[in-house]
Ligand binder design. Sequence first.
Ligand SMILES: Nc1ncnc2c1ncn2[C@@H]1O[C@H](COP(=O)(O)OP(=O)(O)O)[C@@H](O)[C@H]1O
Ligand SMILES: CC(=O)N[C@@H](CCC(=O)OP(=O)(O)O)C(=O)O
Length: 300
Amino acid sequence: MGTDMDKYLEKAEVLIEALPYIQRFNRRIIVVKYGGSAMVDETLKKRVIQDVTLLKLVGFKPIIVHGGGKEISRWVGKVGMEPHFINGLRVTDEDTMEIAEMVLNKVNKSLVQMVQELGVKAVGISGKDGGLLTVEKKYSDGQDIGFVGEITDVNPKVLYDLLEKDFLPIVCPIGLDKEFNTYNINADDAACAIAKAVNAEKLAFLTDIEGVYKDPEDKSTLISELTIDDAHALIDEGFIGGGMLPKLNNCIDAIDNGVSRVHIMDGRIPHCLLLEIFTNRGIGTAILSEGEGRYYDDNE
Ligand SMILES: Nc1ncnc2c1ncn2[C@@H]1O[C@H](COP(=O)(O)OP(=O)(O)O)[C@@H](O)[C@H]1O
Ligand SMILES: CC(=O)N[C@@H](CCC(=O)OP(=O)(O)O)C(=O)O
């Protein structure tokens, strides 16, 4: 049986294990995509926010990009409408757009509030603020899906300004087109575009599933490391559906465009972000370019 001293040492070792990661990520930008599916439980939400706040306090520069798809669907249902998705994207008519913007702004400020309760100053913005996200109308396989935006331009100045002043930016996925019409953006698209624009060291998707499965019905098919080629193959062979489709496409896009590390992990696992970043536990699915390992080696 362990003595008190053993327990203290164990705790100290956890902190020591984190040291090289703290050094590696010091002043580096980490984009955390926090999906609505992993927001349903208040205790978990608090843990996710604690993790991101801790990252900020130890010298990382986190940016949260959040969703809220489940909450939008709940409110769409409340007004007697049926939520409708094509290839993981919400078909967004004018009424749905109004509801989506209201709900996402509400989620945004609730996250700001939670971060500030932990003693870190956060600023909540949407893609409209400071011209952050410019879009054009997006079609899904040629189908009209309403006010859904495809990001054409990212102006990250507002994010750099906030980071420089030591704020934690929290972004919701709403944007404007060139005529200043409001558009609904898939939050995974927004997170990926922002991670690319700020040259993030890491992009982490927190969702409500362990990671990418070859067969979502069979838990033993969880994929720990996925190369870009394998990811393309899984998509082409029809193994990926629903909201995982935009997510995985964005992972590929991020890796192809200079984001060093991209992960899909289960936001329902307590403190999954800390475990992934500060230890070699290997949570979820890491998307890698060909020939790259999951973990940093000492020469990187
Ligand atoms: N091959 C797959 N592996 C993992 N998840 C999958 C797969 N195919 C479809 N999915 C679905 O994708 C969902 C995650 O996307 P989504 O619900 O949009 O999450 P979020 O709200 O976090 O963005 C999972 O809950 C799962 O139902
Ligand atoms: C166009 C589109 O689909 N927009 C999303 C925006 C929110 C989102 O992406 O939320 P999650 O990350 O929780 O899924 C939607 O309306 O649901």
